[in-house]
Write a protein that binds this ligand. Structure first.
Ligand code: NI
Length: 226
């Protein structure tokens, strides 16, 4: 399942992000790619210890911590501090699968990547190409979201970014270790959560609302690893 989460950042925040990123110290993205990914990666990134990346990444984490849709869909246990990339002048990232385990910079902690996330920071009209192509059970999905919106997808997927042939595509990207490791279970929990939310609006006093809410938490209790 690919989940599009709207308005993680406001339009004003996106403007500030873009201004700050335009003047940042971009580096060749291949420096952080593994030996397989290195051959297909042609973009720019900010270093993990870049002060602009650290400040903006912190802001993204703050917004995510209060984003109900993100929490319901990802059931996050750990979120890697966001990194930032830039695709321009034909920049692209060919087919690859993301690494399974990441070190959290500046800490002894590690994180298993259950979910990959891309936060779009450029408006779709400002660049050509740059679609995030994700292979799934029913074919390939092309994802290109408005600035400030987040795409959340399984880290197990083969995916790529098509060449940017006009303008520049700025994005933040990061990985999430979920409380619930299995994607099918996360999807069922989200489905149940959505249904309960709808019932709470339509029939808030029906006793089944409490029972279904209990069922949600008991399933989460059974499946969550902390
Ligand atoms: Ni990737």
């Amino acid at each position: 399942m690919i989940l599009a989460i709207p308005a993680v950042l406001s339009p004003q925040e996106v403007c500030v992000f873009r201004q700050d990123l335009e003047g940042a110290s971009w580096r060749d993205g291949r420096a952080t790619a593994g030996s397989v990914a290195e051959r297909v990666k042609a973009n720019q990134q900010l270093a993990d210890d870049d002060p602009v990346a650290a400040r903006l990444g912190g802001l993204v984490l703050e917004r995510l911590a209060h984003n109900e849709r993100f929490i319901a869909g990802a059931l996050p246990l750990k979120v890697l501090p966001p990194r930032f990339n830039r695709y321009a002048d034909g920049g692209t990232y060919g087919d690859h699968v993301d690494a399974a385990v990441f070190s959290v910079p500046g800490s002894p902690h590690r994180l298993r990547s259950d979910l990959s996330a891309t936060l779009f920071l450029s408006e779709p009209d400002d660049y050509d190409g740059g679609e995030l192509m994700i292979e799934g059970e029913f074919g390939v999905s092309a994802i290109k979201l408005p600035a400030g919106h987040l795409a959340l997808y399984s880290a197990r997927t083969v995916h790529r970014v098509t060449p940017v042939t006009r303008g520049a595509r700025l994005a933040a990207f990061f990985w999430i270790e979920s409380l619930v490791r299995e994607g099918e279970r996360r999807e069922m929990l989200l489905e149940l959560d959505d249904a309960i939310r709808a019932l709470r609006i339509d029939t808030p006093d029906h006793p089944s609302v409490v029972r279904l809410t209990g069922l949600y938490h008991n399933l989460l209790r059974a499946w969550a690893q902390t």
